[in-house]
Ligand binder design. Structure first.
Ligand SMILES: Nc1ncnc2c1ncn2[C@@H]1O[C@H](COP(=O)(O)OP(=O)(O)OP(=O)(O)O)[C@@H](O)[C@H]1O
Ligand SMILES: [Mg+2]
Length: 297
């Protein structure tokens, strides 16, 4: 009806007009422009601006989230300072305890800022995919060694599957971040299953990716993830269980970083999970070409 009114105005009175029309329930958003033509009649331009509107929403949400996430530890620290200046002034035991809590909150802020900066870095590199070769087997080895203490503390056995070596086109440091984030999540959220499988396998071009890829699978046997969360899991700050994630010291940025790194590698992340069945995260990274390219001078 809005469009008809615009067209009517253009035809009857030679008036130009524009409107933005949103489908109810967060559907598509279209911009409609109507311009009268000199010799009678009118042109109607319909532009789907859904993506731009969605990007704008995510940008607003992101800023609000960053503000909120930074404010909570800061509020806690300010509160402890007040207590230390007042009631707990002469109380050595309370002082030690509060300082410990303050250190933890400061550490949380530091981690959040580190993750935000890492994300910004990867985003800046998005147009330049990595060109070097990386051995994903060695990357997995390093990541598992780094997480061994955490796994042991959580009573989780880390089991490795697949070849020792598998060469991909990629940046070893960023790929190690991918493995670490996925395995850390599996330990933190799926640790009750007692073991985490980390598998590596070549996969022909097909369903997921247009080129042959290395599939890195991190599988846990914990409570799994409700399917309603799956589409949004890689969004910044999205948590299936905010309470649990915060208590575990999470920033909610881990999977967003994973996704950005894989996107830069022209790879993909596939998440499969059913409640009660554990979760499996598959990172697909393009395999390196068979023979190393001859060095150019
Ligand atoms: N293996 C898993 N099993 C169950 N839930 C998971 C699993 N991996 C991730 N999740 C859910 O996905 C959410 C997002 O994970 P993500 O790694 O992005 O953030 P985080 O772990 O909360 O924080 P960070 O990784 O920055 O420490 C988690 O909060 C958790 O609810
Ligand atoms: Mg995480």
């Amino acid at each position: 009806p809005e469009v008809m009114a615009l067209v009517g105005g253009a035809l009857a009175e030679g008036r130009a007009g524009a409107a933005r029309i949103a489908e109810p329930g967060g559907g598509r958003v279209q911009e409609v422009q109507v311009r009268p033509l000199a010799g009678g009649g009118a042109v109607v331009l319909i532009d789907d601006v859904s993506a731009a509107v969605e990007a704008e929403r995510m940008r607003r949400d992101f800023i609000a989230n960053v503000g909120h996430e930074l404010r909570s530890p800061l509020t806690a620290i300010a509160g402890f300072i007040e207590t230390l200046e007042g009631p707990a002034r002469e109380d050595a035991a309370a002082r030690a305890r509060f300082l410990g809590l303050m250190a933890r909150e400061a550490e949380r802020m530091r981690r959040l800022i580190d993750d935000l900066l890492a994300l910004a870095d990867i985003e800046r590199q998005q147009a330049r995919p990595p060109t070097g070769r990386a051995d994903l087997g060695a990357v997995v080895e390093r990541a598992l060694a780094a997480l061994a203490p955490q796994a042991e503390a959580a009573g989780v056995r880390l089991e490795r599957r697949g070849p020792d070596r598998l060469e991909v086109t990629g940046d070893a440091d960023q790929l190690e971040q991918v493995v670490r984030n996925l395995v850390e999540n599996a330990i933190k959220y799926g640790g009750s299953g007692g073991r985490v499988e980390v598998g590596l396998a070549p996969r022909p071009a097909g369903a997921g990716l247009a080129v042959p890829a290395a599939a890195l699978t991190v599988r846990d046997f914990g409570p799994g993830i409700d399917p309603v969360h799956l589409p949004r899991l890689t969004e910044r700050f999205y948590r299936a269980d905010p309470h649990r994630s915060r208590a575990a010291g999470g920033t909610g940025l881990g999977l967003a970083i994973v996704k950005h790194i894989l996107t830069r590698h022209r790879g993909r992340l596939v998440i499969r999970s059913e409640p009660g069945q554990g979760a499996s995260f598959v990172a697909l990274v393009p395999l390196a070409p068979e023979a190393p390219e001859p060095a150019r001078s």
